[in-house]
Design a protein around this ligand. Structure first.
Ligand SMILES: C[S@@+](CC[C@H](N)C(=O)[O-])C[C@H]1O[C@@H](n2cnc3c(N)ncnc32)[C@H](O)[C@@H]1O
Length: 238
């Protein structure tokens, strides 16, 4: 199921259904499509997060909870993961139970653009490969800002398009063929992987994304390009 970008009112429902439909194979395909680098990127998020010693953490668009699980390595942290896809959360809950981390990580259904948490309730917000699926990006980022304590940290991991023209050429050549191919071999929902590739190409990255973060009242914004700029970590304070 491919989310219809032109019909914004239903994009959220289509996104939810799309992630429901790929929830079982999601982790495996993530490993394949990033050549296993997603594991390293999540560790990097945690090594950055540790420096501010966060206790109350919200992982938005938590999916199958891989970031939440990695964040649980931070001493005395309590993690809430929130997502609109119930089936992605089901996979996440099974993993949390298997690792006996149910006291530390709680997964809840919820929408990033209308969070059910009080103002200034978290020290850290993380969002991994989630923002580009939001129906209204600024609304989602402003909600993240609202629930963060003053001075709190947001860490966003997202695909980006390499700035260097030569690298960009090979990146586009590769992603336009490899992602749909892997999706068609391993997934029941082939169009989901076409959507994921196309949305990665269109999503604002680098300076463009930084200016959106500024507009949403974040400051001290830093960007750490990964994998020759095909993915980026954005780091900012409220
Ligand atoms: C590509 S997955 C990322 C999952 C996980 N964070 C990771 O790093 O693997 C994107 C997730 O964003 C969720 N999502 C999309 N829009 C959302 C929204 N408005 N609110 C909450 N979750 C959302 C989807 O359901 C999906 O689980």
């Amino acid at each position: 199921m491919k989310p219809n970008q032109s019909n914004n009112s239903s994009k959220k429902i289509q996104i939810e259904k799309m992630f429901d439909s790929i929830s079982v194979e999601y982790d495996l395909l993530n490993r394949i499509l990033t050549f296993g680098s997603d594991i390293r990127w999540r560790k990097k998020i945690v090594s950055i997060a540790r420096t501010s010693n966060p206790k109350h953490i919200l992982d938005i668009a938590t999916g199958t909870a891989d970031i939440a699980l990695e964040l649980s390595k931070i001493n005395d942290s309590k993690i809430t993961g929130v997502d609109i896809s119930r089936k992605m959360l089901e996979v996440g809950r099974t993993k949390i139970k298997l690792r006996k981390l149910s006291n530390q990580i709680v997964l809840e259904s919820g929408d990033a653009e209308c969070l059910n948490y009080s103002d200034e309730s978290f020290d850290l917000v993380t969002i991994g490969f989630g923002v580009r699926n939001f129906q209204n990006l600024e609304k989602g980022l402003k909600e993240s800002n609202r629930v963060l304590k003053k001075g709190g940290v947001i860490i966003i991991l997202e695909t980006s398009v390499p700035q260097n023209y030569i690298i960009k050429y090979f990146y586009l050549l590769f992603t336009r063929s490899f992602i749909p191919l892997i999706g068609s071999v391993f997934s029941k929902d082939k169009s989901a992987y076409n959507y994921l590739q196309k949305s990665a190409e269109k999503f604002p990255s680098g300076k463009e994304f930084i200016s959106i973060l500024k507009k949403c009242d974040f400051q001290n914004i830093d960007i750490k390009p990964l994998m020759l700029g095909a993915t980026s970590i954005y780091l900012a304070n409220k």
